[in-house]
Design a protein around this ligand. Structure first.
Ligand code: AHG
Ligand code: MN
Ligand code: MN
Ligand code: MN
Length: 356
């Protein structure tokens, strides 16, 4: 954007969204996205505050002392549940939402506020929550779909059978990642950063605690075409397919195409591992393996939004066999193998799979 960021006129996320829509009237949805992003950024500021003070306010640890398990079969942390409520409500009151699907909600939630719209938000309210009690980086991941006009998600109370109507909405929520109109994450780490794409490049905003605003610090983020870092949970190496094992071995001993010996970095929070990969380059993966053929990460609210960001930043995101953004979801919480990062790194692995 032509405007510049300065102390007397900070390029806040709010201002950026206004300018982007004013400068690109052809970009459908940008005016609506202003309202949606206004809600999301307030929720992220609130979650950032909750996370950073968790130890003080007794918000670490498990929900209900360990009794609450989500549909993924994971024991929910208190902050999983709380951040889900914070984000769900800010989306509901944005007046733009039709349906929201969350890692922490068994079924998509139909937003039937008086002022509701026809967007669908998919989100992981607290990613990397196994790290939260150790104050290691965590994040929020979100994706925005525009509801398919031909099949609006209208819940009609007097038609009864709300479950059948909700099931229809559930199908509504299912769109391939290439249909996303916006995707992003907020990372709660040494600094709080919100990274966003509306389909025309990737921009990074850092929360300035002095003014309580996200300000533009990383305009037009582009991932290096090759990196020197690989990021996998190598505890699963014995269960990986031989092609992946050989590829990662080649990163370690320098026999890969770049000739470089890579370093390993694995934080165990997807948001933090993706953010580092986006900035430094390299390759991240949570592949399918002998124990979990579809890996661990969820397509709708982890793989698809991250894949949109990586492609918009000039990188690649694949299951190993196909482009993540082409995958048509069949269930809200379905898992998908995810390999993403620098174009040359990911392409080298894809070529090995294709040569199998
Ligand atoms: P979540 O905390 O939202 O359930 O996501 C956790 C995911 C992701 O953040 C991370 O990449 C992955 O779990 C780490 O899994 P492992 O601990 O099995 O490596
Ligand atoms: Mn979880
Ligand atoms: Mn997650
Ligand atoms: Mn989560």
């Amino acid at each position: 954007s032509t405007a510049v960021h300065s102390d007397v006129s900070p390029m806040t996320l709010t201002r950026y969204m206004i300018e982007e829509s004013n400068q690109n009237l052809d970009k459908e949805h940008l005016v609506d996205l202003q309202g949606i992003m206004s809600g999301i950024q307030v929720a992220c500021k609130k979650i950032s505050s909750l996370v950073s003070r968790a130890g003080i306010t007794n918000l670490t640890g498990l929900e209900e002392g360990g009794g609450s398990v989500n549909i993924q079969g994971e024991e929910q942390k208190k902050l999983d549940v709380l951040s889900n409520e914070v984000l769900k409500n800010s989306l509901r009151f944005s007046g733009k939402m039709g349906v929201i699907a969350s890692e922490e909600e068994d079924e998509p939630v139909v937003v039937d506020e008086v002022a509701s719209g026809n967007y669908v938000c998919v989100f992981d309210p607290l990613d990397g929550s196994s790290n939260i009690d150790a104050a290691v980086a965590t994040g929020t991941i979100f994706g925005i779909f525009a509801e398919d006009d031909e099949q609006p998600c209208l819940i009609n109370d007097d038609e009864g059978d709300l479950d059948a109507q909700k099931a229809a909405c559930l199908i509504q929520t299912m769109q391939p990642g290439k249909n996303l109109v916006a995707a992003g994450y907020c990372m709660y780490s040494s600094s709080c950063m919100l990274v966003l794409t509306t389909g025309h490049g990737v921009n990074g905003f850092t929360l300035d605690p002095q003014i309580g605003e996200f300000v533009l610090t990383h305009p037009n983020m582009q991932i290096p075409s090759r990196g020197k870092i690989y990021s996998f949970n190598e505890a699963n190496y014995p269960d990986w397919d031989p092609t992946l094992q050989k590829f990662v071995d080649s990163l370690k001993d320098g026999s890969n195409k770049s000739g470089a010996k890579y370093s390993s970095r694995y934080i165990g929070s997807l948001v933090a591992d993706v953010h580092r990969t986006l900035l430094y380059g390299g390759i991240f993966g949570y592949p399918g393996d002998a124990k979990n053929t579809n890996g661990k990460l969820r397509l709708l609210y982890e793989c698809a939004p991250m894949s949109m960001l990586l492609e918009e930043a000039g990188g690649l995101a694949t299951t190993g066999r196909e482009r993540v953004l082409d995958v048509m979801p069949t269930a809200v919480h379905q898992r998908l193998p995810l390999i993403l990062g620098s174009k040359e790194d990911v392409q080298e692995l894809v070529d090995l799979y294709q040569a199998e």
